[in-house]
Design a protein around this ligand. Structure first.
Ligand SMILES: Nc1ncnc2c1ncn2[C@@H]1O[C@H](COP(=O)(O)OP(=O)(O)OP(=O)(O)O)[C@@H](O)[C@H]1O
Length: 595
């Protein structure tokens, strides 16, 4: 229950934080209009009494005033609410993006519970936009119900039973809504799986594979099955709620009839006026409508409270994740280098360490290569160095300082990276490269940046790609938005140019950067890569290269050979060849394939 109240407080804060003025105006309008509704019935009753000689003409003034407030308020309130909803949506969108991206690591994307909550919040956040309307309408019903109660009690206290029957309907509705929300929570995973399959089926990037393997039927069948599994419990819950509501409505109808008979009897006994009979006839449907609106509001509110509770959970989680965040700045230049001391690591939600008791020193200004079989732990080491994850045991020291004490964003601003799994940014070519150093994108036009872009383009061997584009660097990329199409290798060259844009990085991470390139291009890349490494070297920066092609890594100052999460050999090419171990064996094997 406490959780519900806190979620309600979250909703109210959300509304007022999005736009305090609009929220206050809406609140005032809602209350005034809520009183104006029942007052109309009161005005009509007084008019009837005036006609039958039992009242004065001031009734006409009351009626006119109530009508004017109700109509004028309705128009104004609609306009205010729409604007307020847009403001809420915008601020919520920002917050969700912030929540998803502010933890230093990406563990929250990979843990099902967190992914579910993020997914639910994202899927349903549009509902939250309706928060102002829902809270307003709940408040309106409460205020108008109190006004109705006062008016009915003025005729006869027994008439208060009528709104009580409305409460029964409310309970039925709340019960049904809760059941439905439970069904939704229980099937949240289905939703994510079904969305992922739909994305595979529809994304152009997967189009070739989906067609080549003839997966369309299989994918649509699976999507259909998941849809059924997801919806069956939801439908059941909804049916249960609807049955209860029907029963409650029938009871209310009977009560309405009885109330009218009762007040007519009172009038005939001379204990009520003709106006009172009119007022009960007008107010009773209002109680019914109020119950209907309140039950709708409760249904929506329960859904909103659920989303708000996800939001609160995520805020707490992100708060915990960032609470211990270090604030130190990375060193301007590296003098000693990076040391991994007794580092072990298992992915969240798993037991098996994929990096074990790792002790290694990456000297400042060196080029270090990581080699090893699939799944040996190379990419994991890259993720640890970028602080996508922190080690479960041991520490990573940057010139002696624990990486966890360094502000993660400041640390990443000194890292350049090129990955096999690079992103195809469908912007202009300049932006796609410029994202390698976002600060440059914000610099004023005309800033002397061309040299930096030229250097990055040459280092990434992307010159030919740019020259071929109709408007050079200003060409929009990607066919989805009408831009130029590129091959996998061409996209990768741009990704490499992006990796080389940042000046004076402390760490350059290249994880299989040549995977989409042909062997000739790979050699050309190597020469440029050496030149780029020299620049990095000058600031003590370390270049870390992950590759399966040993011809690519032979020039590295230090080669680390991994096997099943452990470092099994290390040294330069010559030393490892003379040691005649795993590296030498692999190198010979690959070289013989090219002979
Ligand atoms: N997000 C994850 N959650 C759980 N386990 C993971 C995750 N990512 C990787 N692993 C596991 O960690 C181990 C090491 O993976 P990693 O990607 O570091 O290997 P790698 O040496 O880079 O392999 P490859 O050469 O195939 O790229 C593998 O057994 C892999 O299954």
């Amino acid at each position: 229950m406490r959780d519900r109240w806190e979620s309600l407080a979250t909703l109210v804060r959300l509304t007022f934080a999005a736009s305090p003025w609009l929220a206050t105006t809406e609140l005032v309008l809602v209350v005034v209009m809520a009183v104006a509704g029942p007052l109309q019935a009161y005005g009509v009753a007084r008019m009837v009494n005036a006609v039958t000689g039992q009242g004065s003409v001031t009734a006409a003034v009351i009626l006119f005033g109530a009508l004017a407030v109700a109509f004028g308020g309705l128009v104004l309130s609609d306009a205010v609410r729409h604007r307020l909803e847009d403001d809420i949506e915008l601020s919520l969108q920002r917050e969700l993006l912030d929540l998803a991206t502010s933890p230093p690591g990406i563990a929250h994307h990979e843990q099902p519970e967190i992914a579910d909550r993020l997914g639910a919040a994202k899927e349903e956040f549009r509902r939250l936009k309706g928060t102002a309307g829902t809270i307003g309408s709940g408040l309106a019903v409460l205020v108008s119900t109190v006004t109705v109660l006062v008016l009915l009690a003025g005729i006869h206290p027994l008439l208060l039973l009528l709104p009580l029957l409305g409460l029964l309907r409310l309970w039925a509705s709340a019960f049904g809504a809760r059941e439905f929300r439970h069904a939704i929570t229980a099937t949240m995973q289905h939703n994510r799986r079904h969305a992922r399959l739909a994305e595979i089926a529809a994304h152009p990037r997967h189009g070739l594979e989906v067609r080549a393997f003839g997966l369309r039927g299989l994918l649509t069948d699976r999507i259909g099955e998941l849809f059924e599994q997801q919806n069956e419990p939801r439908w059941q819950a909804r049916r249960k709620g609807q049955l209860l509501e029907i029963a409650a409505r029938v009871l209310f109808g009977l009560g309405y009839g009885a109330a009218i008979v009762f007040v007519v009897w009172l009038a005939r006994e001379g204990r009520a006026t003709a106006g009172d009979v009119t007022m009960v006839m007008l107010l009773a449907p209002q109680t019914d409508q109020a119950a209907q609106r309140l039950s709708d509001t409760v249904r929506v509110l329960i859904a909103l409270l659920d989303v708000a509770s996800h939001l609160r959970w995520l805020r707490r989680y992100v708060g915990e994740q960032t609470a211990w965040e270090g604030a130190a700045q990375p060193p301007p230049v590296l003098r000693n280098g990076i040391e991994l001391r007794e580092v072990s690591f298992a992915y969240p939600g798993t037991q098996r360490p994929v990096v074990r008791d790792l002790n290694v020193h990456l000297p400042a200004g060196s080029t270090v290569a990581l080699v090893g079989d699939n799944g040996a732990g190379k990419t994991t080491m890259v993720k640890l160095l970028t602080r996508l994850y922190d080690p479960g045991a041991g520490a990573i020291l940057v010139d002696g300082a624990d990486l966890r004490t360094i502000d993660h964003e400041a640390w990443r601003s000194r890292i350049s990276a090129g990955f096999q799994d690079f992103v195809r940014y469908e912007y202009t070519a300049r932006e796609a490269i410029g994202l390698g150093d976002p600060a440059r994108l914000h610099e004023p036009a005309g800033h002397n940046d061309d040299a930096a872009y030229d250097g990055a383009i040459d280092a990434g061997d992307a010159r030919a790609v740019i020259d071929r584009l109709p408007a050079g660097l200003d060409t929009r990329l990607g066919t989805r938005f009408g831009g130029a199409d590129l091959s996998g290798g061409q996209w990768q060259r741009l990704a490499l140019a992006r990796a080389f844009l940042r000046e004076r990085p402390l760490l350059v991470l290249l994880d299989e950067p040549a995977a989409a390139l042909d062997p000739e291009s790979e050699h050309a890349l190597l020469d440029r890569f050496n030149a780029a490494s020299a620049a990095t070297r000058a600031t003590g920066g370390i270049t870390l290269l992950v590759s399966h092609r040993l011809s690519t890594v032979r020039m590295a100052d230090l080669i680390l050979v991994f096997d099943d999460g452990r470092l099994v050999e290390s040294g330069d090419h010559d030393a490892l060849m003379s040691a005649a171990g795993t590296y030498a064996e692999l190198f010979e094997l690959q070289a013989s394939a090219y002979r």
